[in-house]
Write a protein that binds this ligand. Structure first.
Ligand SMILES: NC(=O)c1ccc[n+]([C@@H]2O[C@H](COP(=O)([O-])OP(=O)(O)OC[C@H]3O[C@@H](n4cnc5c(N)ncnc54)[C@H](OP(=O)(O)O)[C@@H]3O)[C@@H](O)[C@H]2O)c1
Length: 276
């Protein structure tokens, strides 16, 4: 019997690439997106089911869980998310709330919706829950306070869930560095009127440098989404998946530097890198 994995946020980027990466490894894939039409160009097959899913909408989650009831669903990849950028002093509470609602509460709601099916179907140890966090779930940088807070929370949820559902279900947390996807277009949209709001404040140069340099640097030098997805699909398909999967040289080296540098020196280097 074919094992199925449900993936959130498959319209673009890592989620989109995961659909093919998982299919290639023999998984049946429930590809989900807020707009199911965005999945129309995925190659048809007996191993693909397209479903609409907004992780912040309980009715949408319930409908998707019902639609999966007849499948041998044994895995979930919580991939959906976006980045709310902006200096914390200028961040509106509703922007922080929305960030946590999608990246944290939505991820938790999706886990709650599909975990009972995974428990029902998977042999002991064969169930998989994958949380796509970020290397910014272990460290913090200027401009990304809301996003970092959400990804630290994702790491905490993953590590707690692992303790609670082992050994039946294995929980893996993915910590990529920069990956080329739609992520940076989305975060520009999520910024809204921030570039106007910060005019005349000490944060104006920080936001300008971020928009001019950091965003495009990550988009140019980041890992292709396909390569990131291939690593995730390979790791989750192993009999003994890793607890943590750090992806990308930038993630590896920044993690190593943070571990060995004194805190003051680390903060100096990060501030310098962001022009502060
Ligand atoms: N790109 C990076 O550098 C990077 C690095 C580390 C971690 N990550 C993480 O990797 C994951 C995937 O990001 P990506 O880089 O592939 O960016 P992306 O191309 O922007 O894809 C994000 C996906 O999440 C979906 N999404 C957003 N809100 C949603 C909601 N409420 N319900 C369902 N789906 C929703 C988007 O759907 P719509 O098309 O409907 O908006 C899209 O399919 C995210 O969790 C991100 O934080 C990315």
């Amino acid at each position: 019997m074919r094992d199925w994995v449900l993936i959130t946020g498959c319209s673009t980027g890592i989620g989109r690439a995961l659909v093919e990466a998982c299919r290639q490894r023999g998984w049946g894939v429930v590809a989900t997106a807020r707009k199911v039409a965005s999945l129309a160009d995925l190659p048809d097959g007996e191993d693909l089911l397209r479903l609409p899913l907004d992780v912040t909408d309980p009715a949408s989650l319930e409908a998707a869980a019902k639609a999966c009831a007849g499948l041998h669903l044994t895995a979930l990849i919580n991939n959906a998310g976006y980045g709310q950028m902006g200096p914390l002093e200028m961040l509106r509470p509703e922007e922080l709330r929305a960030q946590l609602e999608t990246n944290v509460v939505g991820l938790h709601a999706a886990t709650s919706a599909f975990l009972p099916l995974i428990r029902r179907n998977a042999a002991p140890g064969a169930g998989r829950v994958v949380h796509v966090a970020s290397i910014l779930g272990r460290m913090n940088v200027p401009m990304a306070g809301a996003y970092c807070a959400s990804k630290h929370a994702v790491v905490a949820l993953a590590e707690t869930l692992r303790l609670e559902v082992a050994p039946a279900v294995r929980v893996m947390v993915v910590e990529p560095g920069a990956v080329r996807s739609e992520f940076r277009d989305t975060l520009t949209r999520a910024m809204g009127d921030l570039p106007e709001r910060i005019q005349g404040t000490p944060f104006e140069p920080l936001v300008k440098a971020y928009l001019d340099r950091h965003r495009s640097h990550a988009q140019t030098h980041g890992l292709p989404a396909v390569a990131c997805a291939a690593r995730i699909a390979a790791a989750m398909s192993r009999a003994n998946p890793p607890r943590r999967l750090v992806i990308g040289r930038d993630a590896f080296w920044s993690r190593a530097a943070k571990a060995v540098l004194p805190a003051g020196l680390w903060e100096w280097a990060v501030r310098k890198a962001f022009g502060l």
